[in-house]
Design a protein around this ligand. Structure first.
Ligand code: CTP
Length: 395
């Protein structure tokens, strides 16, 4: 579900990194209102905040008075993040100051408040700052960072603002029930490539977006996630263990090695079904081939089926079936056959074709289990991934 997120930005050099925080919330489908302080606008200008958040940016207490904006924004928010939270802003929030729009908004809000501090080490360690941090923590305010690393000048130490993805993940997980806490989730994503010669391969159009969305959603729910990825075209999530592979054989080796230490296995990768029977060590030349030519192919290993054979009691194995043909009931009965044949606990069926399924952000999937009932989820890959994971405990 899209959230109403307020990103408060205080006047520190790390304001430039807050742009990526806003972008990441928007990318995940949330509605963002940026409230920069006057000094934040000296670091990053209004057009940048408006363009990246795709929303008007209020800056003044005396704008939008008729809508009682100085409190309305806070009252409507589901989540508030202040990044960077400077020493001055920490003091203002701890003191309950209401001299600007960010101050009044925070006082009127009941949503979780996440602060990402950024300042020089000496400032962060100053007893005045630490006392404010302590006061805020006791009131239930959440802190992400600061990290240790290079600071603005030549110095380095504690005080660096956390990375944008870390801030977004932390903030969102503060709202997400930790339903997978203590669980280890193994996910495959992307499409394998099976080489024909040193420069050519057989592949498919999978972008890996679904597997990556599942990894993000599982991490947000408190799981430890291992992502085995092949040729994924979207950015890999932070905070998960990653293993890069290329062919079906590599993916089988990585998944089989990780299987014994994981509780839930989601096989979202599009694995090539065939590979060249013999791999040409040199580039195949046109002149050496006839006009019509058939490379000799052999089956790749069926990874899901092999994981189904070695599955242990209590381990949950979920396959993903991409179907392009037939009507809905035909697709569902194909999927039910695959579920049985591959000894999986569930199968996620999705329709793919020229225009849908691959890479697209919107998707529709049907979750099939041994029970005759099935569940259908529609929406962005990220919301569908979350709802699929929330349905797993039922299994
Ligand atoms: N799968 C696998 N190894 C393969 C082929 C598929 O692990 N060599 C997995 C996929 O990752 C997916 C599930 O099996 O989780 C179903 O994939 P799909 O391509 O729909 O099924 P196939 O068995 O390849 O059947 P077909 O392509 O003929 O429909």
């Amino acid at each position: 579900m899209p959230l109403r997120v307020i990103v408060g930005v205080a006047g520190g050099i790390a304001a430039y990194k807050a742009v990526s925080v806003v972008r990441e919330f928007v990318r995940r489908g949330h509605h963002v209102t940026v409230i920069p302080t006057g000094s934040a606008l000296k670091f990053v200008g209004l057009p940048t905040w408006e363009a990246i958040s795709r929303n008007p940016v209020p800056t003044d207490l005396f704008e939008g008075v008729a809508e009682v904006r100085h409190v309305a924004l806070g009252q409507q928010a589901n989540l508030i993040v202040v990044c960077p939270a400077t020493a001055h802003t920490l003091a203002s929030i701890a003191g309950g100051f209401a001299g600007d729009l960010l101050g009044t908004t925070l006082l009127a809000a009941t949503a979780p408040l996440v602060l990402a501090p950024a300042m020089h080490t000496e400032m962060w360690e100053n007893p005045a700052v630490q006392a404010n941090v302590e006061t805020l923590r006791q009131r239930g305010v959440l802190f992400v960072g600061p990290d240790s690393g290079p600071l603005t000048g030549d110095d380095s130490g504690v005080g660096r603002m956390s990375e944008p993805e870390t801030i977004v993940n932390f903030a969102l997980s503060s709202l997400t029930p930790q339903s997978l806490e203590g669980k280890r989730v193994l996910i495959s994503a992307g499409g394998t490539r099976e080489p024909l010669d040193p420069v050519r391969y057989l592949g498919n159009r999978s972008s890996g977006a679904m597997g990556v969305a599942l990894a993000e959603a599982a991490r947000l729910r408190g799981a430890h996630v291992t992502l085995v990825h092949s040729h994924v075209e979207v950015p890999l999530p932070h905070g998960v263990d990653t293993v890069a592979v290329s062919t079906a054989q590599d993916m089988l080796a990585a998944m089989a090695a990780a299987q014994p230490t994981h509780d839930i296995i989601l096989m979202a990768a599009a694995v090539a079904d065939w590979r060249a029977r013999t791999l040409s060590p040199q580039k195949l030349r046109k002149a050496d081939q006839p006009e019509y030519w058939t490379p000799e192919l052999e089956r790749t290993p069926d990874i899901l089926a092999q994981l189904g054979e070695t599955k242990t009691t209590g381990q949950l194995l979920v396959g993903f079936a991409a179907e392009t043909d037939g009507d809905a009931s035909q697709r569902e009965s194909n999927a039910r056959m695959k579920l049985k044949a591959k000894k999986s606990d569930a199968l996620v069926l999705n329709l793919v074709g020229d225009q849908v399924g691959f890479g697209e952000v919107e998707t529709a999937v049907t979750l099939i289990t041994a029970s005759p009932q099935s569940l259908t989820f529609e929406g962005t890959k990220s919301s569908v991934a979350g709802r699929l994971l929330d349905a797993l405990p039922e299994l």
